[in-house]
Ligand binder design. Structure first.
Ligand code: FE2
Length: 392
C-alpha cells in the first residue's frame, strides 16, 4: 500500500475540523493544506462555486508547480469544458468520482467511436487540466449539484495515484462539500443577523427621535450623549478599565443604552418637561420617574437586558443619593456611570428651560467638584483625560 500509515487518520481528522470552520477562506486553506501534506503532490487547486455570481472561482495552494495566478483571480462559468464535463452526465464517460489525465488521454487516443460533442468537451477538459497543471481532479457534488472541483498536480517522483488514494479523495471531497454547505449556512445566517441588527438600531434611533420631539430643550441631546459615552468608553479601554475581549459587546450595548437613556420621558407631560420655572415636589418626582418608566418600556425586549441597566440607573449617584434605587459606588453598572457623566456634561453645556448653557471649562470644573460624590473617581478621571484631549 502506498499510503502513509497515519494518512487515513489525518484526513478523517481534517474532515472533522472542516465542519467547525465557518470562514470559507480558512476552510479552503485547510483543505488544500491537508491534501498537500498527505498526498505528496506538488500543488493543489480548487474551483469553488460562488452562488451569488453563479460562477466557479479558482483557489490555488502554494505548492510548487502550480499556476502563479493569485487566488480568486480565475473565474469560470458553466460554459467551461471542465464544468460541462462534471455537470453533464452524458459527457462524464470516465466515472463520477474522479478524472485522471492519463485515462482521459487514453480514451481520446482509443479507437472507440466518440460523438463530436463529447470529443469537443473532452479536448476542452484536457486543455483545462493543462492550464491548471493538473493530472487528476475530483468533483464534489451536493445532491446533483456541482459545488467544487479539486485539482491535483503531479505526485513527487512522478508516481501515480493509487485507486485507494483516489477513493479516499472522493470521500474527502464529500466531506468538503458538507463543510462548504455548512459554511454557506453560517454566512447566510450572519447576513440575516446583520440585517436584523441594522433594523433594530434604526428602530432605536427612531425611538430616540421621538423623545427629542417631546422635549424641545433637548434637541440633539441624545446624540451628543451617545457620542460622549462612546469617547468615554474608549478612554476607559485605554485605561484598561474595560477588557478588550468585552469591547465589541460593551460598545454595542452602550450605543443602544445611551440613545435610549431618556426614553421614559415619553411618559412625562410636556408642560412639566418644558417648564420654564423651578419644579415643585410632584413635578420633580414625575420627571425622576423617567428612569423607571424607560426600564418598564424596554424590559420586554430580551436583547436589551444589558442596555437596560444604563437606562434604569443613569441617575444613580456614586454616594448613593441618586435615583431610582439609591445604588452606591460599584453597585452602579459601568454602562450607567458612563451615560450619567455624559448626560450631565451635555446638560451643563446646553441651554435649559431655567438657565443658559455654560462654557466647557466651567462645566468640567463642576464635574471635577463632584468627583466621588456624583461620579466615581475613575469615571471623572477618564472624563478629564478626554477633556484635556479636546474631545468633548
Ligand atoms: Fe435622564
Amino acid at each position: 500500500m502506498n499510503l502513509k500509515p497515519d494518512y487515513k487518520k489525518e484526513l478523517e481528522l481534517a474532515a472533522k475540523q472542516m465542519i467547525l470552520v465557518h470562514r470559507m477562506d480558512t476552510l479552503i486553506k485547510l483543505i488544500l493544506r491537508t491534501i498537500i501534506r498527505n498526498l505528496n503532490v506538488g500543488h493543489v487547486g480548487f474551483l469553488l462555486y460562488d452562488k451569488t455570481k453563479d460562477v466557479f472561482v479558482a483557489k490555488f495552494s502554494r505548492g510548487s508547480g502550480g499556476l502563479k495566478i493569485p487566488s480568486g483571480f480565475v473565474k469560470v462559468n458553466k460554459a467551461n469544458s471542465l464544468i460541462k464535463y462534471f455537470t453533464d452526465k452524458s459527457t462524464r464517460v470516465l466515472g463520477d468520482d474522479y478524472l485522471l489525465l492519463s485515462e482521459l488521454e487514453g480514451f481520446l487516443k482509443s479507437k472507440k467511436r466518440k460523438p463530436k460533442k463529447l470529443k469537443t468537451v473532452l479536448e476542452g477538459v484536457k486543455f483545462q487540466l493543462s492550464l491548471y497543471n493538473a493530472v487528476a481532479c475530483i468533483p464534489g457534488f451536493f445532491r446533483d449539484k456541482l459545488i467544487c472541483i479539486l485539482f491535483l498536480g503531479q505526485k513527487t517522483k512522478q508516481k501515480k495515484f493509487t485507486k485507494e488514494e483516489l477513493g479516499f479523495l472522493s470521500v474527502l471531497s464529500s466531506d468538503v462539500v458538507m463543510a462548504i454547505q455548512n459554511a454557506w449556512f453560517f454566512q447566510d445566517l450572519n447576513k440575516q443577523l446583520e440585517r436584523n441588527k441594522t433594523l433594530f438600531l434604526q428602530t432605536v434611533m427612531a425611538l430616540a427621535t421621538a423623545i427629542e420631539a417631546k422635549d424641545k430643550y433637548t434637541s440633539g441631546h441624545t446624540e451628543r450623549v451617545a457620542k460622549y459615552s462612546y469617547f468615554l468608553a474608549e478612554e476607559l479601554k485605554t485605561m484598561k478599565k474595560i477588557k478588550s475581549q468585552d469591547w465589541n459587546v460593551f460598545i454595542e450595548n452602550l450605543k443602544i443604552a445611551s440613545l435610549l437613556h431618556d426614553i421614559g420621558k415619553i411618559g412625562v407631560k410636556e408642560e412639566i418637561l418644558n417648564k420654564n420655572g423651578s419644579l415643585d415636589k410632584y413635578e420633580r418626582e414625575t420627571i425622576e420617574q423617567h428612569a423607571l418608566v424607560g426600564y418598564m418600556i424596554l424590559r420586554q425586549i430580551d436583547e436589551l437586558e444589558y442596555p437596560l441597566l444604563g437606562v434604569k440607573y443613569h441617575h444613580e449617584r456614586y454616594d448613593g443619593h441618586g435615583y431610582p434605587e439609591g445604588l452606591k459606588g460599584k453597585q452602579i453598572p459601568l454602562i450607567a456611570q458612563i451615560i450619567s457623566i455624559a448626560d450631565m456634561y451635555d446638560a451643563l453645556t446646553s441651554d435649559r428651560p431655567y438657565r443658559k448653557a455654560m462654557d466647557k471649562e466651567k462645566a468640567a470644573k463642576i464635574i471635577l467638584e463632584v468627583r466621588g460624590k456624583y461620579f466615581s473617581p475613575m469615571i471623572v478621571d477618564a472624563f478629564l483625560r478626554l477633556y484635556k484631549k479636546g474631545l468633548l
